[in-house]
Design a protein around this ligand. Sequence first.
Ligand code: ADQ
Length: 449
Amino acid sequence: MARLVIVSNRVPAPRERGNLAGGLAVALRDAIRGRETMWFGWSGGTVGGDDEPPAPGITTVGQLTFATLDLPEKLFRGYYEGFSNGMLWPLLHSRMGLAEFRRTDLEAYYAVNEAFARALAPLLRPDDLVWVHDYQLIPLGAALRRAGVTARIGFFLHVPFPASALFLALPQADRLLRDFAAYDLVGVQVPEDADHLTESLDAIGIDAPTARAFPIGINPKSFATTARKAETGSDADRLRQSLGDRALIIGVDRLDYSKGIPHRFRGFAQLLKRFPEHRNHVTMIQIAPVSRGDVAQYRALRKELDELAGRINGENAEFDWVPLRYLTRAVPRNTLAGFYRKARIGLVTPLRDGMNLVAKEYVAAQEPADPGALVLSRFAGAAIELDGAVLVNPYDPDETAEALHHALRMPLEERQERWRRMMDAVETNTASAWARNFVSALEDRPARG
Ligand code: ADQ
């Protein structure tokens, strides 16, 4: 079996390497198991000056080798906070108004991708399968080819790809688009992203491999088990006691403007205003740990949410009921799973989202005999598979309010029927199926060497 080489900006932290606990590692766990694997990426550390970064640090845990690179501080900022998160993230989520382009950031982005390629190329063998992840590393494939790498290289974009009229507003968009041609396989979350990328490539006449949809999933069995166990834990118990017999609506996201959290708060406020029978009978909890706190747009979002949550509670609370509980603290994953199971409604309303795994986790956490309902944005990739959700346009708080009203009154039979349909989808497109499908599609590509 060919060796798998995973490349992502971040690699699992040393304490997670034994059991591969977080994020992408969970999704890739089954693809890695039983296969020689190398995982290459940024170490999380920076070095001063503009010098060439030191050689990658290499550690091996069983069949898995981690190779991590320190990056020069200034270059890292331009690459990560500047171009990746300040320009590409808003652009790819169709929020050009929030994007900030600086030529120096673009150059830092390319310089880091070149540094990654220089450090990685000597570690590669011709029969490796190289799998590059996400928008921070679009130019890596081309940089590896320039360094003489002939191995098969695939790329997966975790976030959406916007319509070409938008993407082509990016200065030097053609340079980035040309980089896609170096890959043997390009994967995106849903067919619409594939169409959009193809449209942009066609617009400037680039012959890159056709992008294909590989919708990412979760591991529903283990998530359901976690939720079942957590349901009887002390956190879930405290939550239950604090709610009394009120229904719970839950939102869980990174604090990110793509997630539509202010819109969601306004939708909840509209529910209380237009359907007052729910007042004092429903509580919403929003868990949104701060992310990318160094970027101005994220600080502005935090301020907006602080004000909005304060206003909604000020205007609606009773002396014995606070409608909205808003936490910017992180909550452990298994505690969250127990909360999902307790919640009557999962409220997931991104303005744009590649997939959105919270939606799938909410479904997997439900009790089959008495499942909650999912209210989901039609602009999340997950909406394509989860057609048993109550779909909303998150820009319209009234539509969200109506969906919540409908979901709160949904009869058991309808909840069961909708949940079964969603659970079937979550059980079909699991994380391991996703990784397996991508790796085998890459393996099927002809070798270049
Ligand atoms: P994210 O934007 O981070 O991911 P999402 O898919 O919802 O969004 O979440 C990823 C993971 O983070 C989930 O396992 C979730 O449970 C966890 N998470 C989210 N909020 C949390 C919180 N408040 N506390 C604890 N854990 C939390 C990007 C893309 C998505 C795409 C994924 C995977 O933006 O569209 O679905 O990658 O490809």
